[in-house]
Ligand binder design. Structure first.
Ligand code: GUN
Length: 287
């Protein structure tokens, strides 16, 4: 029987409606409109689309929002000065520096410069440290989106074996931390696989929940998936002008118990969690 589809678009829509309601309440109570500013450096077309989608989602949910565009030749200092200006601006509650940066710039010093209370990506070392200790201020958007999807789809994580493909700082590493924590939507046994992992199919076949976040189109084949497993596809790859995930969707559907599509799975949830974090940031700063 083909896998049940986990509809990220629908789950994101209902979550965003709830966030919009809470933004309205917050603004009515405090007189402050939570505001996200995105910094887009250079001309990467995919980044421009992502930033536009974030901007539109903010507007639709009642947030204030702005995009600061810096040229591809911007210097490290210009970027740091831009972040410093946003840190000092009390009308800005969340700062998002869109990645990747042009290759002559270093991302880490810029991400480290974002004020920890405005760090809606959860990339600042203070916030990553808090996440690792189980006292998170913000949850990183894509991993939190995956966790919310699992919860909304009624997929149990407690005591289950989650195999995460990919050890990136944005997805694999923080997702593993979050799912192994004590608490609801977590308590999993987590294995993180990467380019040096031996016998990858042997490991993935033991997964109750398999998360693909490696950025290789259709990497996960049906033979790698246990019958009935839940498959979460974080990949967004452009192949011949089409978006495809890290999972070979058609054949894997025949084996898995539940699966997220690309597009319409994890992607809409990432933006949703960015909205959630921006509201949290405003609450932290406005009191
Ligand atoms: N580029 C791709 N994903 C992300 C993300 O989650 N945050 C930022 N800032 N840039 C990205």
């Amino acid at each position: 029987m083909p896998a049940r589809l986990i509809d990220g678009k629908a789950i994101a829509e209902s979550t965003r409606a709830d966030i919009a309601r809470r933004v309205g309440e917050f603004t009515a109570r405090t007189g402050v409109r939570p505001c996200l500013v995105a910094v887009l450096t250079g001309d990467d077309p995919a980044s421009a689309v992502y930033v536009k989608n974030k901007h539109t989602a903010c507007e639709q949910a009642g947030f204030g929002t702005r995009v600061i565009r810096l040229p591809a030749q911007a210097t490290q200092q210009e970027l740091l000065d831009t972040v410093a200006g946003l840190n000092a601006d009390p009308t800005v509650h969340g700062i998002l520096v869109q990645l990747p940066l042009p290759s002559h710039l270093s991302a880490q010093p810029v991400l480290d410069a974002v004020h920890p209370l405005k760090d809606v990506d959860c990339f600042h070392p203070e916030n990553v440290g808090r996440l690792a200790q189980g006292r998170a201020r913000f949850l990183p958007c894509t991993p939190a989106g995956v966790q919310r999807l699992l919860g909304a789809a009624g997929v149990e994580t407690s005591g289950r074996h989650v195999v995460v493909l990919g050890r990136s700082d944005i997805v694999g590493k923080p997702l593993a931390l979050m799912l192994m924590q004590r608490g609801p939507g977590a308590n999993a046994t987590v294995t993180v696989c990467h380019s040096q992992t031996r016998n990858l199919p042997g490991l993935t076949q033991t997964a109750d929940i398999l998360v693909a976040a490696i950025g290789v189109p259709r990497f996960v084949t049906a033979e790698m998936v246990a019958p009935g497993a839940t498959v979460i596809d974080v990949g967004i790859n452009r192949v011949d002008g089409r978006l495809v995930g890290d999972v070979d969707f058609g054949p894997v559907c025949e084996v898995a118990g539940a699966i997220t599509p690309v597009p319409g799975g994890v992607g809409p949830m990432t933006i949703t969690l960015l909205l959630e974090n921006t509201l949290t940031a405003a609450r932290l700063q406005v009191g």
